[in-house]
Design a protein around this ligand. Structure first.
Ligand code: PMP
Length: 354
């Protein structure tokens, strides 16, 4: 740390992203990317936009907003695009949290919530997940804090029902409830339909997973127009051109190509269920995932040992070395071929160990 670093950030522990190794080609099942390339339409639009990169992007992303509003059935002033959904989550901490509106989220969830709270000097409470890693809905009802819930949750993949989400939103009318739907398209119920009923609900989603655009960085929030206006105040006070031209163009293609999106989501959900069955047959237990990953532990080999030995053999999964997570690993659901390779490699590791 330099002597110039602001005191207010001196004790900050930054978020640790999943490994993105460049030195060797791995079977990469560690950061929940899509195994499928972006839609051909998204690729074509991005290539076309490359020729106009001398010009700033449209800060309002009007063409992208128009395409997305048709998909979600919301108004143009009820959606805001950002540089990944990480950015809109940060904006939500900036806009809707302070010492009178502290944040609350589960103790096991997306690691960035805690970092954003600390970055923005927001007091926060972490509520323990239950023994089976599920969220106890009652813990978040009338909690009098700004609520952040990933639905499905990460790294567990467990989803709340829409009725459960509505209960949390309805019971906190004085606070914003942020539902982070990064993985919703793989099998959970979206709360977007509730934004016209509740003025305290912000739903965030991303094009990184189900729309195969992790490298483009495109996320968004959907809420009533007053909340979106607040988030725009924060956006225009930090980076008005937060979505670049090529990304906005790729986003238009990704939203327009509804069949490609639907087919990929269905494939991932099918492969998830088949892979879960295969893994159970060879001694794994896991949570009931509605996401594009499995959260699994083996009866005979520890989480870290499995992660390390798979890595040696060229397969990357995600390990979290914390108390309640260390027996488990989070495994991204890839294509059927990738999952067959994963399971074959796991079998080799098991033979070498047991
Ligand atoms: N929310 C959750 C629960 C996530 O796991 C992630 C991805 N790591 C994000 C949000 C952010 O994704 P992105 O910034 O790529 O949209």
């Amino acid at each position: 740390m330099s002597s110039f670093f602001s005191q207010k950030y001196a004790s900050l522990t930054p978020y640790t992203p999943g490994e993105q190794p460049q030195e060797r080609k791995y079977l990469k099942l560690n950061t929940n990317e899509s195994p499928f390339p972006p839609s051909p339409l998204a690729q074509r639009f991005a290539r076309q936009a490359a020729g106009d990169l001398q010009l700033y992007s449209d800060p309002e992303c009007r063409a992208l907003v128009k395409t997305a509003t048709e998909v979600f059935g919301v108004g143009q002033d009820e959606i805001l695009f950002t540089n990944g959904s990480d950015e809109i989550l940060n904006f939500a901490f900036m806009a809707f949290c302070d010492k009178d509106h502290p944040a609350v989220f589960p103790d096991i969830t997306y690691g960035f919530y805690k970092v954003f709270a600390e970055l923005n000097g927001v007091p926060y409470t972490e509520i323990s997940l239950q023994d089976d890693f599920s969220i106890n809905v009652a813990d978040y009802c009338g909690v009098n804090k700004t609520v952040f819930i990933a639905n499905p949750n990460a790294p567990t993949g467990i989803a709340l029902t829409l009725a459960e989400v509505e209960k949390i939103v309805a019971s906190n009318p004085e606070n914003v409830v942020v539902i982070d739907e990064a993985y919703v398209d793989f099998g959970a119920e979206s709360a977007v339909s509730l934004i016209h009923k509740y003025n305290n609900l912000l739903v965030t989603q991303t094009c990184s997973k189900s729309r195969s655009l992790a490298g483009a960085r495109l996320g968004f929030g959907i809420a009533c127009k007053e909340l979106i206006a607040d988030l725009n105040t924060v956006k225009y006070s930090t980076n008005p051109y937060n979505v670049n031209r090529m990304t906005a163009a790729a986003g238009i293609g990704a939203f327009a190509d509804v069949d490609y999106f639907a087919e990929n989501c269905k494939t991932i959900a099918d492969v998830r269920e088949k892979s879960a069955e295969e893994l159970k047959k060879i001694g794994f237990t896991m949570t009931d995932s509605s996401a594009n990953f499995l959260f699994a532990k083996h009866e005979k080999i520890g989480g870290k040992a499995l992660y390390e030995q798979l890595k040696e053999k060229g397969v990357l999964i995600r390990h979290f070395e914390t108390d309640r997570l260390r027996d488990y690993n989070r495994i991204t659901v890839g294509s059927a071929e990738q999952m067959a390779e994963l399971i074959a490699t796991i079998k080799t590791v098991l033979e070498e160990n047991v």
